[in-house]
Design a binder for this molecule. Structure first.
Ligand SMILES: *[C@@H]1O[C@H](CO)[C@@H](O)[C@H](O)[C@H]1NC(C)=O
Ligand SMILES: *[C@@H]1O[C@H](CO)[C@@H](O)[C@H](O)[C@H]1NC(C)=O
Ligand SMILES: *[C@@H]1O[C@H](CO)[C@@H](O)[C@H](O)[C@H]1NC(C)=O
Length: 641
């Protein structure tokens, strides 16, 4: 009897355990298990898209791209801005906001948003098509809401947020000195140390959830514009609700794997470059950074309710517009067909999210063939062990030296003398950020100096003069309170120019983010603090300054190769030619296993099929060689024994 009942108990417990395990799996929504794929309005409409244009695009995404896994349709920035004379990407006062200071879609551009419906109707239609709906949001709160000093909604009560016996308003939480650096009139951080600040952010996220949003692209909180506390509030919000929302960060100017490791488990995707446009330099600038993220095992790392993916940005192919303009598509993609294939091949081999940016209403067969290629879809979703493969040799057809594009760099006056050495931002955990010390010289202001030699070893150390945060007039009390121990830094001969952490405009991916001087003003972008471990911390982003070699104006050249393995035991091998002339790239079959995780596999021969040329190269026993056109690539599916 005893035996039987304990057996029953054991059985019941086992079953209960099973049931519990299963229900847990059902409840904890896992998202982004493969790199998310979809369409985004930015490359073809900048900010100007209307409901009609958006839904026309969605219908075509559903028809033409959904079979290839493109499922998110995303409205990019400023959907709340009225498209009227005077409005532009950094205008102030043209946004439609509700009584709680929250952005709502401009009802002229988005008619279904009338009567406070927001994006509910658009999301419904998108869901009926079987697609998922995404929106872009900026950091914190809008300047317009702060100027209007709107009350803050408490989502728990549905009433104005009260704490310490008083109501709280937009002016209490908005941090003007932390305005988004590249959209200075638009948005600023909110103080997440305040209950009211967090309540405001939650009121935004609740609204997006109520609308039925499946994907949030959060802008001006990452890269040089890091606002880690807001990322934490957002991530916590989605996680506590077991939300299936994809949480994406953009852009990623100056991002390194060390910096990304501070956020990658809080999000599902994060940009690792500035904006990618349809220029060869933009495409080429993604090779080294994606190599570094693959080597750091960041691809598909465990993250917010699923996985996270380093994001190389949208695919600007097809029918496009330009950054920052007030109009929609009017021109074709400037990349050659080979360059487009190279972009798609790198993005797939690096397992970047794939977001097509061209106007679907004008898409042509050649673009569809590139972005919906079944082998690339398979590689992007399901290949593993993806990484750069260095064991190749190459011979270019001539030795022309390519003069890189001279994009403008505003480098430091003082540092300019040391040529390729510059200041950049990095994670404060990065050992390379350690190296600052302070010193007093007779009758001189206190200085902050870099300990290493930045130029010739006979040069004096690189130093900047310190000045307290409050010597300029007109600063607010809250500003003083918050930044007591912070200071400005200026070069000896330029007292009016202060060291500034990030740029005034959005950078594209070919540009190098660097620190520069600009006229002094009370913004955290120019405030710094000194940590005892020798780090110099930006008050804007919490990132640290570091002196290092900066390669200016260099368009990457040479050849590259990536390897990965498929679900059916095949090997994918991509060969890229970044040279300005045709180059023959060769790989020895016996070297392939060096790129694979199993070193016990001695490869003797491989059947080689190249997908872009749709050509079978036969059984290769020794060396696979292929002539690759300038900026082009070859992508082989190898079946080896
Ligand atoms: C989220 O899922 C967990 C179990 O995984 C569950 O305990 C919790 O109640 C869920 N929360 C909500 C808001 O559904
Ligand atoms: C320096 O100290 C800060 C805390 O004061 C810490 O967060 C940071 O990781 C340290 N950096 C290094 C490189 O040791
Ligand atoms: C190589 O080793 C792995 C495990 O380490 C094993 O699964 C695989 O079958 C081996 N392959 C060969 C060709 O021996």
């Amino acid at each position: 009897m005893m035996k039987l009942s304990s057996f029953c108990l054991f059985l019941t417990l086992t079953l209960l355990h099973r049931v519990f395990t299963i229900s847990q799996i059902v409840e904890a929504t896992e998202v982004a298990l493969t790199p998310p794929r979809g369409w985004n309005s930015y490359d073809s409409f900048c900010w100007t898209i209307s409901e009609e244009e958006f839904l026309q695009n969605a219908v075509l995404v559903d028809k033409l791209l959904r079979p290839s896994g493109y499922e998110y349709v995303v409205v990019d920035y400023l959907w709340y801005r009225r498209l009227v004379p005077g409005a532009y990407v950094d205008s102030l006062g043209f946004d439609v906001i509700d009584a709680w200071g929250r952005m709502i879609p401009d009802p002229v551009r988005w008619p279904s948003a009338r009567d406070g419906k927001g994006f509910t109707e658009v999301a419904k239609i998108v869901h009926m098509m079987g697609l998922k709906f995404g929106i872009h949001i900026m950091r914190g709160i809008s300047t317009q809401a702060v100027n209007a000093n709107t009350p803050i909604l408490d989502i728990r009560t549905g009433k104005a947020y009260e704490e310490s016996g008083r109501k709280w308003y937009a002016k209490d939480i908005g941090m003007k000195e932390r305005a988004c650096k590249w959209m200075k009139n638009g948005f600023m951080s909110v103080d997440t140390k305040l209950g009211a600040g967090r309540a405001f952010l939650r009121s935004l996220y609740q609204q997006y959830a109520d609308w039925g949003v499946d994907y949030v692209k959060h802008d001006c909180v990452f890269g040089d514009d890091l606002d880690i506390s807001e990322i934490r509030v957002a991530s916590k919000f989605w996680r506590e609700r077991n939300s299936s929302i994809i949480y994406s960060l953009s852009p990623g100017t100056g991002v390194t794997p060390t910096m990304a490791k501070e956020i990658n488990n809080l999000v599902n995707m994060y940009r690792i470059t500035g904006d990618d446009w349809d220029l060869w330099q933009d495409v080429a600038s993604h090779f080294d950074i994606s190599r570094d993220f693959a080597a750091a095992h960041m691809t598909g790392a465990k993250a917010l309710s699923g996985k996270s993916w380093p994001d190389l940005d949208m695919l600007p192919l097809g029918w496009l517009t330009d950054p920052g303009v007030n109009h929609g598509p009017y021109r074709n993609c400037k990349l050659s067909l080979n360059e487009q294939k190279t972009q798609m091949t790198l993005w797939s081999m690096a397992r970047s999210p794939l977001m097509f940016g061209g106007d679907m209403r004008s898409i042509d067969k050649s673009t569809i063939r590139i972005i919906a290629h079944p082998v690339l879809s398979e590689i992007n979703s399901f290949s593993s062990n993806n990484k750069q493969f260095p064991y190749i040799t190459s011979q270019s057809s001539s030795q022309i030296k390519y003069k890189g594009l001279n994009f403008q760099t505003r480098s430091l006056k003082n540092v300019g003398r040391s040529g390729s050495i510059g200041l950049r931002l990095t994670s404060c955990k990065d050992a390379s950020a350690k190296g600052w010390f302070t010193r007093y010289l007779n009758n001189e202001p206190e200085q902050v100096c870099w300990k290493g030699h930045v130029g010739s070893k006979y040069q004096a150390p690189f130093c900047l003069n310190k000045r307290g945060a409050f010597s300029t007039s007109g600063e607010q009390m809250t500003f003083k309170r918050r930044y007591q121990h912070h200071f400005y830094l200026f070069a000896e001969n330029t007292r009016k120019l202060c060291l500034s952490a990030s740029q005034n405009r959005r950078l594209t991916s070919k540009e190098i983010s660097r620190i520069s001087f600009s006229p002094c003003r009370p913004h955290t972008n120019q405030l710094w603090s000194f940590d005892e471990n020798g780090t110099l911390v930006s008050s804007y982003s919490g990132l640290c300054a570091s002196m290092s070699k900066i390669k200016d104006n260099v368009v990457p050249m040479g050849t590259r190769s990536w390897i990965s393995t498929g679900r059916k035991g095949e090997i994918f091998l991509a060969l890229f030619n970044l040279n300005p002339d045709e180059t023959t790239i060769s790989v020895k079959m016996s070297d392939l296993s060096k790129g694979l995780p199993y070193s016990n596999w001695t490869i003797s021969s491989c059947g080689a099929y190249e997908i872009w040329r749709d050509k079978y190269y036969g059984i290769i026993k020794k060396t696979l060689s292929v002539a690759v056109e300038t900026h082009g690539c070859a992508l082989f599916v190898l079946r080896c024994i």
